[in-house]
Design a protein around this ligand. Structure first.
Ligand code: ZN
Length: 265
C-alpha cells in the first residue's frame, strides 16, 4: 500500500503505458452493468468528480463481495479489469456484488497517481483528517452498505518483480491467498522477494497482523474497510513491468477466484 512511483519515472524494462479515457471506460462499465440488471449508485457529495458504484444483489443468504479499482490514476489495469469482469459476466449466482470501477477519475484524466489536487487518495481514509472530496463521499456511501464477506482493492506497482498481494485478516481460516496466487500464475510471475514495499513478504504475500488501525497513520482504503466493513481484505498488485493485457488478465483471474471460493463457502 505504500507506493510512490509514477509512469514517467519508468517501469523497469517495461512499456510505459499511455493514459486511458476513463470517462469512456466508466461509461462502458455502467452500460454493461445496466444491460445485465445491475443497479447504478451515484455517490452523494462526489458530484464534482462523479464517483459511482454498481451493485448486483444476490439471493437470500448470498455472500457479499466488494471490489474497488482506480484509486491511483496511473494504474490502468484495475478499471480495465472491472470492465472485463462485467462483460464476461461469469459471476456465481449466490453472490451479492458491489463494484467501484474508478475512485479517482481526476487522477486518470491527468494520468497521475494522485487526484487533480495532488492528493494520494489512498492515504485519506483516516477521517476526519482525510478531507479529499472523493474519500469523504466514498466513506459516507460505504457506511450505508452492509458488511462484506470479502473486500478487494485492485492496484498496480511500478517497481515489483511480479504479482503480489496484501492480506488483512482477522481469522487465518478465511485466507484466500492460495486461490488468488494459483489463479494468476498462468499470466503473471509472482514476486518472490522477501521484502516488498519495505515490508516482509513471503511467496507474494504481505500479511501484516495485529491492530489494523495503527498500521498506517494515514489510512489506506483497506484499513478503513477492515476497521468498519469486513474481516477479509486483499489489496492485489499487478506489476507494471508486465504488458497491460496480462495485468488485466491477472486481476480478472484473481477476482474470479475469490468470487468462486466465496460462493462455495
Ligand atoms: Zn495503487
Amino acid at each position: 500500500m505504500a507506493h510512490s512511483r509514477h509512469a514517467s519515472t519508468g517501469a523497469s524494462g517495461g512499456l510505459v503505458d499511455q493514459s486511458i479515457d476513463i470517462d469512456l471506460l466508466v461509461g462502458a462499465c455502467v452500460a454493461e452493468g445496466e444491460r445485465r440488471g445491475w443497479t447504478l449508485e451515484k455517490l452523494d457529495g462526489s458530484e464534482g468528480v462523479g464517483l459511482l458504484a454498481l451493485h448486483r444483489p444476490g439471493g437470500p443468504g448470498a455472500r457479499r463481495l466488494y471490489v474497488s479499482a482506480g484509486m491511483h490514476g496511473d494504474e490502468l489495469a484495475p478499471p480495465l479489469a472491472i470492465l472485463r469482469l462485467l462483460k464476461q459476466d461469469a459471476w456465481p449466482e449466490n453472490l451479492d456484488l458491489t463494484l467501484c470501477p474508478c475512485l479517482n477519475p481526476t487522477g486518470f484524466r491527468r494520468a497521475q497517481r494522485e487526484n487533480e489536487e495532488g492528493v494520494d487518495l489512498n492515504r485519506q481514509y483516516h477521517l476526519p483528517e482525510g478531507t479529499a472530496p472523493e474519500t469523504v463521499a466514498h466513506v459516507e456511501w460505504l457506511k450505508g452498505r452492509e458488511r462484506f464477506d470479502a473486500a478487494l482493492c485492485l492496484h498496480e506497482d511500478w517497481e515489483s518483480q511480479g504479482f503480489y498481494l496484501y492480506e488483512l485478516l482477522r481469522d487465518e481460516r478465511d485466507s484466500l491467498a492460495t486461490e488468488i496466487l494459483e489463479s494468476v500464475k498462468g499470466v503473471s510471475a509472482i514476486d518472490h522477494s522477501d521484502h516488498i514495499d519495505g515490508l516482509e513478504a513471503r511467496a507474494g504475500v504481505i500479511a501484516p497482523r495485529g491492530e489494523f488501525g495503527t498500521m498506517m497513520e494515514e489510512w489506506a482504503e483497506a484499513i478503513w474497510l477492515m476497521e468498519n466493513k469486513t474481516d477479509v481484505s486483499y489489496t492485489l498488485e499487478t506489476s507494471s513491468a508486465d504488458p497491460l493485457i496480462l495485468r488485466v488478465a491477472a486481476q480478472v483471474k484473481a477476482v474470479n477466484a475469490v468470487a468462486k471460493r466465496l460462493s462455495e463457502k
